[in-house]
Design a protein. Structure first.
Length: 405
């Protein structure tokens, strides 16, 4: 009769062996999966490095990359699953170990499909991260940018696709915004500077009136005249500021009509000779031609250029005005024998509030906005301005405007 204790021990040993075999199989499968994942990861890195080299050199769209990637993944999975299925199947068929073909084939297909799913997840995740990364960078950068921190830019290195174009476009937009903000800040600063002087003068004369003007008629008259002059300067400055503000917002109205430009030039020259007797105003040539433009604005622009020449030309100096037609274009020149403009200052003469005199000497008068306004008027009529100058010899302004059709 068998010993119960011996039978129980045999069963216990068999169970331990089965558990040991299961553990071995599980660890082997686990190790195989880890090795397979490492191989797949290594392969995916090599594949994407190869793809990156191609896409960085050539210009591929995102649509093409997605189609190419998924077709490549499909082909890769098909090859791997086919190799696993056929290789395993042939091994067991040739060895004669396989008894149930359908069950065995079912197991192989499940294993192949699971392997394919793992490959798809790994490659798709990596590909998605690569495609989404520039968008995430763009989003993060947009969150970080504020009105006080506009110098940040998106890194545009990488593949040549729509996302790179988007990043470049975004950076260009930031450049324009930064330039606009800097101009606005400079404009406000310059406007404040220009307004501060007349306000200080008015305040000074008001204090003078408060102390002595009540009893001193000479002080009273001087103060009243000074306050009137500074008030007129402030009014002129504010009108110019409003004009430029409307031009920036594209709300400045332009009423075009056909008129003879030579008649406007005659009027301006006649008025200038009456007002200014300390300079020689010459009309060398004034051909008859017609343009389609805003008469008042064109007249204002020409006055600004002539007044500027008078302002920087010593007494007894000459200002010559000429106009003619060339190649279906009207040409107006204003040439003076003034102090001229240095090469350093010449590129900036149309900047708002810019003056070659860095001390902003008010003896010459003006607001520093006239040339900016004149430039806007001419360019709004599809005109061209060219300025040449030589110090101590004079300045020549050439204006081109299209003829009326």
């Amino acid at each position: 009769m068998n010993n119960p204790k011996s039978s129980f021990k045999n069963i216990h040993d068999i169970i331990l062996k089965i558990i040991s075999i299961i553990k071995f199989i599980f660890n082997a499968i686990k190790l195989a999966i880890i090795v397979l994942l490492l191989i797949l990861k290594f392969m995916s890195n090599l594949i994407f490095k190869f793809i990156d080299k191609i896409t960085n050199k050539l210009r591929f769209s995102i649509k093409f990359k997605l189609v190419f990637t998924y077709v490549f993944i499909f082909i890769l999975i098909s090859i791997i699953t086919d190799m696993i299925t056929l290789g395993t199947f042939n091994y067991y068929v040739n060895s004669g170990k396989m008894l149930n073909y359908s069950n065995f084939l079912f197991g192989i297909l499940i294993f192949s499909n699971i392997t394919g799913i793992i490959i798809v997840i790994m490659l798709s995740t990596k590909n998605s991260e690569k495609l989404i990364s520039p968008i995430e960078n763009l989003t993060d950068m947009a969150k970080k940018i504020s009105i006080d921190d506009l110098d940040k830019r998106i890194d545009v290195k990488g593949s040549k696709d729509e996302l790179k174009e988007l990043a470049i476009t975004f950076n260009n937009m930031l450049d324009r915004i930064q330039e606009s903000v800097e101009k606005q800040n400079q404009f406000v600063s310059d406007a404040s500077h220009e307004l501060r002087t007349p306000i200080a003068v008015i305040q000074g004369y008001i204090n003078l009136l408060d102390r002595w003007g009540k009893d001193d008629k000479a002080v009273l008259n001087e103060s009243i005249q000074a306050i009137k002059d500074e008030s007129e300067n402030m009014k002129h400055l504010i009108e110019n500021l409003l004009f430029l503000a409307r031009s920036d917002k594209h709300t400045q109205k332009i009423h075009k009509e056909k008129f003879m430009l030579n008649e406007i030039i005659d009027e301006i020259v006649t008025e200038t000779k009456m007002i200014d007797t300390s300079h020689i105003i010459l009309m060398e040539k004034n051909e008859e031609f017609m343009i389609n433009a805003d008469k008042n604005l064109i007249k204002e622009a020409l006055r600004i250029f002539i007044d500027n020449s008078i302002k920087y030309t010593p007494p007894k100096g000459t200002i010559k005005i000429s106009s003619w037609v060339k190649n279906y274009t009207s040409i107006i020149t204003i040439e003076d024998t003034g102090i001229g403009i240095s090469r350093k200052d010449l590129p900036h003469i149309f900047d708002r509030f810019y003056r070659a005199d860095k001390a902003r000497n008010r003896e010459k008068g003006g607001t520093g906005l006239g040339l900016s306004i004149a430039k806007w008027i001419i360019e709004s009529h599809e005109g061209i301005i060219n300025v040449t100058s030589e110090q101590d010899k004079g300045t020549k302004i050439k204006i081109e405007l299209p003829l009326a059709v």
